[in-house]
Design a protein around this ligand. Sequence first.
Ligand SMILES: Cc1ncc(C[n+]2csc(CCOP(=O)(O)OP(=O)(O)O)c2C)c(N)n1
Length: 659
Amino acid sequence: MNFDRKNLDNDTLLAFYKKLLFPRMVEEKMLILLRQGRIGKWFSGIGQEAIAVGSTLAMAADEYILPMHRNLGVFTSRDIPLSRLMAQWQGKPSGFTKGRDRSFHFGTQEYKIIGMISHLGPQLALADGIALADVLADNKKSTLVFTGEGATSEGDFHEALNIASVWKLPVIFLIENNGYGLSTPTNEQYNCRELVDKAIGYGIEGRRIDGNNILEVYHTITELNEAIRENPRPVLLECMTFRMRGHEEASGTKYVPPNLFEWWAAKDPLTNFEKYLLTQGVLQKELILVIRQQFSKLIETEIEKVYAEADIIPDIDTEVRDMYKPYSFPTVQAKALPATNKRYIDGISDGLKSAMRKHNNLVIMGQDIAEYGGAFKITQGFVEEFGKGRVRNTPICESGIVGAAMGLALNGYKAIVEMQFADFVTCGFNQIINNLAKTHYRWAQAVDVVIRMPAGAGTGAGPFHSQSNEAWFTKTPGLKIVYPAFPADAKGLLLAAIDDPNPVIYFEHKYLYRGIHGDVPDADVMIEIGKANVLKQGEQASIITFGLGVHWALEYADKHPDQSIEIIDLRSLQPWDKDAVEASVMKTGRALVLHEDTLTSGFGAEIAAHLSEHCFKYLDAPVMRCGSLDTAIPMNKALEDQFLAKARLEETMAKLLAY
Ligand SMILES: Cc1ncc(C[n+]2csc(CCOP(=O)(O)OP(=O)(O)O)c2C)c(N)n1
């Protein structure tokens, strides 16, 4: 192995050696603890440490690194005390996730490390967002993100590289090519000659280096960093190495030909560097022994300290509370008057514009939202006022953009993503469900992102442009969900969603965009998330609804002036206003839950179950639900009308009132 020290002095080389040795010794200890049954699963990085260590040493301390499951060397090189890491692995209180997540699945702003979730790939787009924040703030920083060669097959890899290239983001995408993804060798993973060749397709620079040579890793990344901090752009860096142990210890290595181990053992990053330093006079045999003894002692004490630490005492309130970052809705608000009569779509546009004026760190991203103004023209004129930096046309890649939004939030920005249609959120689902929603619970990091969702039917747009998909999200703790039905609520709830530091899914009904008018306060009046609105008082029955359902209910009440119907517009689905709904049902004794979504497992099921459990003694009739047919949404107008819940509202109400 050829080492080139360049300008590194002896002290620096010695420091590098220590950084490289330490994770190896920790891992050797882990293997013993594993055999003793004192720890659970372990993903070994033995033989690959030069990549994690060399790259971390090349990053400035305030630059973000997003490592993977084999990158202990990133964590130790950033000087996180071993006891804290051990506490994390053991699920102890002094770990990073209060026992809520395992291994390296945590982030820490203190050490500027954003750890992975189990899913391979999503971290790549987070790096884009982090780097975008640095570019917008003119920070001149680089971001380093890891992936295994196996995970380059995920679509996330493609989306993240493409975004970074189009947006010229200073990210080093580091592929740790260790030959196998679990049992799958590279020739079953990809069919290009070398992974680094993919850089050409993205129009970016690619380098392929010996990942077992710490100095090559260090010098390459140092050089790349200097270049991309000044002149922001992404780079694809393929680091060749080998996984010397099983995927995790229990899974073995039977599928790996033994000669490969022999070949790579000769290229071990630690022993080779050690030999080089001995020849350079930086190390001596005795010094190696002394360092090893010091590390052994340190490792032993740090580990035993954690075994002695008391276990977490489970507490339901703490668990539930920590799903969200605490947020107090401001009690003092601007006066609602004067107001101007506007369309629903203008309420949204107004809210967005005000928020963009108020928060200099707010960025909106979406397909065709810049000069074109968005598919529904909600952001028309925004580029002129706020510039292309903050009003960003995106490539067509929902997952990557939601991930980038989270990255912005991790690095001090606020982000809004416009889905062109709510239906397309399926392509960004993983980032929302697993990253946005779970991050605060896992490591107390708020994800200040709003996802705007133009949803709903009524326009004859068929199965993929009309869905009511709120129930895909109401099931997921960690998200807040709002669904305005009027122009003033559209503005007020949007402002509240943007103000709230938690991830909020903001549904906006396309059919209401231009069809509904109402007075919208000129001032920025926020509407508290979680508060319903009793639109109409009544005595005989309550209709509990939201979105387009609100307008169906109002129409029904207009048609039946003889009936005394109370109408509740939920406005928020997570959290939803249980008090308002219960109070109404206690008064009327009859409840109909109405929504545009399909009936089975729609959000109405949750409300109905809640009312049966908590308001049973006040009910004069079973809680009834009126939802759309359990089919996909058809395009033909007559079929769509038949599909929608509205077609069954009269008959369900008749049944409820007659019971
Ligand atoms: C989206 C997703 N699919 C599957 C898995 C299961 N899994 C965990 S690690 C792994 C192999 C990863 O290979 P590679 O990316 O090369 O990284 P390495 O483990 O070799 O470091 C697989 C299939 C996962 N965690 N996430």
